[in-house]
Write a protein that binds this ligand. Structure first.
Ligand code: KG4
Ligand code: ZN
Length: 343
């Protein structure tokens, strides 16, 4: 059994967790920065980086204290090394390097996307490789075949906005505060998903990718027309996103014989998306796995867990590991216009 410390600061959540190789979460903490960014309607990179510098050291102390451990009890330190807002990424990575240097423990430079991708295995021990992963977050919308640790094949990505970005932009148009995804889901509960006709970009097309920019423009027109109730626009938007995700995932399932379908990333916290994908998996005869909502949005338990998986595979990194703004899981996949940078 090994104990891994996970550190995360690639966007607007500072997070620290202690996770064991036998899937126990000994302690964890996430401190968001919503109030600091809300006046700007989105994450301001410079504000985020400074806040991580202020928050992370105390959080590390608190989590070790909660677990009754010292840094010398650790087997390895896993820190997100990208992709993300580079000023923030550097904070956790440098903290991890400092701790590794001071204690002589191994450093694991974790790809934040691999953290999301492996997160279901932390809570679902029976989920083996390969699986088809729908990774939906603020900066990414991808379908990937997860074949093993560090072994990913990208089947689809977005040609413009990510799914979470679409939620955040639609929410802003509806006058909801940042971060918009959860607020839009709440508003949609009292709306009619059939009330507002909205496009489903690329649905039914033979090409594998996602697109959400046209949907956002249609929401903009619906809001401007004042013909519809806000909750109906929210519910219709959410239904359109669900339909796009389902159609693209069904297409990918047609070209993958992976026995399981998995959804992860912040947008996977959305109940409508979780249940629609669970139904799709059932129809297609695949096993379905989705982490609990707290493990879908950014956290450090998934970073520690990815670290535990990499450590067990003998994959550690040197103190020269770079911080990376862009870091695709499948380096061989062709670049697609507009594919996001942050996680
Ligand atoms: O994975 P994540 O926490 O951070 C990134 O790495 O991007 O994902 C954040 C994204 C945001 O766009 C947020 O609005 C969206 O996930 N999100 C949701 C929900 N909860 C978070 N979108 C729709 N419904 C939700 N319940
Ligand atoms: Zn993320």
């Amino acid at each position: 059994m090994t104990v891994i410390l996970g550190l995360e600061s690639s966007c607007d959540d500072s997070a620290v967790a202690l996770v064991t190789s036998d899937r126990r979460i000994l302690a964890q903490a996430v401190v968001g920065q919503t109030a600091a960014h809300q006046p700007y309607g989105g994450v301001v990179p410079e504000i985020a980086a400074r806040a991580h510098v202020e928050i992370l050291p105390d959080l590390i102390r608190r989590v070790l204290n909660d677990a009754g451990l010292s840094v010398h009890d650790l087997d390895a330190i896993a820190a997100t090394a990208g992709p993300g807002l580079i000023g923030g990424v550097m904070v956790a990575l440098l903290a991890g390097k400092g701790l590794a240097l001071a204690t002589g423990k191994a450093l694991i430079a974790v790809n934040h996307l691999e953290g999301h991708a492996l997160s279901p295995r932390l809570v679902d021990p029976d989920l083996g490789f390969p699986y088809l992963l729908l990774l939906v977050s603020g900066g990414h919308c991808q379908l990937l075949e997860v074949r093993g640790i560090g072994d990913y094949r990208r089947l689809a990505t977005t040609i413009d906005d990510a799914a979470g970005e679409a939620f955040d932009k639609a929410a802003k148009l509806l006058g909801l505060l940042y971060p918009g995804g959860p607020a839009l889901e709440e508003l949609a509960k009292s709306g009619n998903p059939m009330a507002v006709p909205l496009p489903r970009p690329l649905v039914g097309s033979g090409e594998p990718h996602f697109s959400f920019a046209g949907l956002k423009s249609a929401v903009q027109r619906a809001v401007a027309s004042s013909e519809h109730k806000r909750e109906d626009i929210a519910a219709s938007f959410q239904q359109a996103v669900v339909d796009c995700l389902l159609d693209r995932t069904a297409l990918a399932l047609g070209s993958s014989d992976a026995p399981a379908l998995v959804v992860a990333g912040g947008v996977a916290a959305n109940q409508a998306i979780r249940s629609a994908l669970a139904d799709l998996a059932r129809r297609e005869g695949r096993r379905f796995s989705v982490p609990p909502a707290w493990l879908c949005t950014d956290n450090a338990a998934m970073i520690a867990w990815a670290g535990a998986e990499r450590f067990a595979a003998g994959l550690t990194d040197g103190l020269d590991a770079p911080a990376r703004a862009r870091w695709p899981l499948d380096e061989s996949a062709e670049k697609v216009r507009g594919a996001g940078v942050k996680a």
